[in-house]
Design a protein around this ligand. Structure first.
Ligand SMILES: [Mg+2]
Length: 215
């Protein structure tokens, strides 16, 4: 059975992401304390907690409205680069989303690709710069390969999550070339990039929710 990306699925994704980011907040902050300003975990927790209360009080009626709510909340509630970058991700996903109620797997890929392109334009990061792009880029590649190969959304989303987790782990030896961590130069090597780690959490959560194994 083909799984569509519905408003309900996306809401469950974001609500479960809030739970998992809350659980991972100390770990994300520890990563950010090694090479940044030690606020990534608390920033993501604050942002996603605010999104959940928005979803509770003013439930979006369409997919574009949903993405806009998530993006605007992240921009306004999350400080630093990550708020602006994750906000851009969701705002650009909303701009690319013409469907009011649900997306096919191929449309989901297009919408996610548009969001990641927005992040790249805003942050000017390339693969290997030790940023969230090091998780997003292999994830999009894996998602596309799986869908082109005839895999289901659930299988493709799992492949994307696997690739994001590998991509994040692979940032450990890299020297940061973007963001606050780049100020450390060679001392940024030896630590996983916190933005790539939160991206991997988001994409794993999407895969699990799509598979029905979470929330
Ligand atoms: Mg930080």
């Amino acid at each position: 059975m083909a799984v569509a990306v519905t408003l309900d699925l996306l809401e469950r994704w974001i609500r479960e992401s809030a739970v998992r980011l809350d659980a991972a907040a100390d770990e994300l902050t520890a990563l950010d304390s090694a090479i940044g300003d030690a606020d990534h975990g608390t920033n993501m927790r604050r942002g996603f907690t605010a999104i959940v209360s928005k979803l509770d009080t003013a439930p979006p009626a369409s997919l574009p409205e949903f993405f806009k709510t998530v993006g605007m909340t992240l921009v306004s509630k999350v400080g630093g680069a990550s708020g602006s970058l994750y906000g851009t991700l969701f705002l650009d996903m909303g701009r690319a989303c013409a469907e009011p109620t649900e997306l096919t797997a191929a449309q989901w890929r297009d919408v996610l690709t548009a969001g990641v392109s927005g992040v790249v334009s805003r942050g000017h990061a390339e693969p290997g710069d030790k940023t969230m792009i090091d998780a997003f880029t292999p994830a999009l590649d894996a998602l596309g390969r799986a869908l082109d190969g005839g895999e289901s959304l659930v299988a493709a989303a799992a492949a994307a999550a696997d690739a994001a987790e590998r991509g994040s782990a692979d940032t450990e030896p890299l020297i940061a070339r973007k963001g606050r961590a780049s100020y450390l130069g060679e001392r940024s090597a030896g630590h996983v990039d916190p933005g790539s780690a939160s991206t991997a959490i988001l994409l794993r959560t999407f895969a699990d929710v799509a598979a029905g194994t979470a929330a």
